[in-house]
Write a protein of this length. Structure first.
Length: 241
């Protein structure tokens, strides 16, 4: 039996934590970074304190089709160093990438945003282990739900997977999201969602995101060209520092 309004997305309803914190849903799915929004004591929130309900938050894996073989997607911003004619531009990009991969930077991001460090060196460092051990000391840096979510992922690093990146993959991801959001909105509006509806929706989204184009490198995205000179200089300064 379907329950009207039981499913929603970020673009339709904003952060899922809003409904959770207001006691309007049983559970909400988000990322380790999204854990900073989860719970009545979350350091980040889009709703007023008066709208929040008092309850205890339990951090669990996302619903699994096969609980005996759990899987979690590993995602986040990627850093790429592209070949350029100017070797100094490449060097600046490489140095900046190395800076982002230092343990101090990774741990700082984890403490403030909830992301898990990407290198084993940072994960196993005394500083990061101390941060994890201080779970629940406060509702900001050591917010309990945020650290529990990080620990959950750290205990399942062997169960994580990534989606392949290819020319046009960002456009394909956007198109998939559009299919889900359009369908959810139509159900909410009590429109007829049948095979004919899905065929038309698929054709519309395919055309919108140019999914059938042979030039997948553009895939509906604007070519922004090379980095501005000021940006190159800034990266060079950061790398040198």
């Amino acid at each position: 039996m379907s329950v009207p309004g039981a499913f929603s997305t970020f673009k339709i309803s904003s952060y899922p934590a809003n409904f959770l914190n207001a006691g309007q849903c049983v559970f909400a799915v988000d990322s380790t970074a999204g854990a900073t929004w989860m719970g009545p004591d979350a350091p980040l929130s889009d709703i007023s304190d008066e709208a929040k309900q008092s309850f205890e938050v339990a951090v669990r894996p996302v619903p699994q089709y096969d609980p005996e073989n759990m899987q979690m997607i590993s995602q986040g911003p990627s850093v790429c160093v592209f070949y350029k004619e100017d070797p100094q531009e490449v060097l600046a990009s490489w140095l900046f990438t190395q800076y982002l991969l230092t343990s101090d930077v990774q741990i700082s991001y984890s403490e403030t945003e909830g992301y898990v460090p990407v290198t084993s060196k940072a994960q196993e460092s005394d500083e990061y282990q101390d941060y994890l051990a201080r779970e629940g000391e406060d509702t900001d840096t050591h917010y309990k739900v945020k650290i529990e979510a990080a620990k959950l992922l750290l205990n399942h690093t062997q169960d994580t997977f990534t989606t392949p990146v290819f020319s046009g993959s960002a456009s394909l991801r956007d198109a998939a999201g559009q299919l889900i959001e359009k369908t959810a909105k139509s159900v909410r509006r009590k429109e007829t969602v049948d095979e004919a509806y899905m065929d038309k929706l698929f054709d519309d989204v395919t055309a919108l995101y140019h999914s059938n184009d042979t030039l997948q490198s553009t895939a509906g995205k604007q070519d922004l060209g090379p980095l501005p000179t000021t940006s190159v200089v800034l990266l060079g300064v950061i790398g040198a520092a």
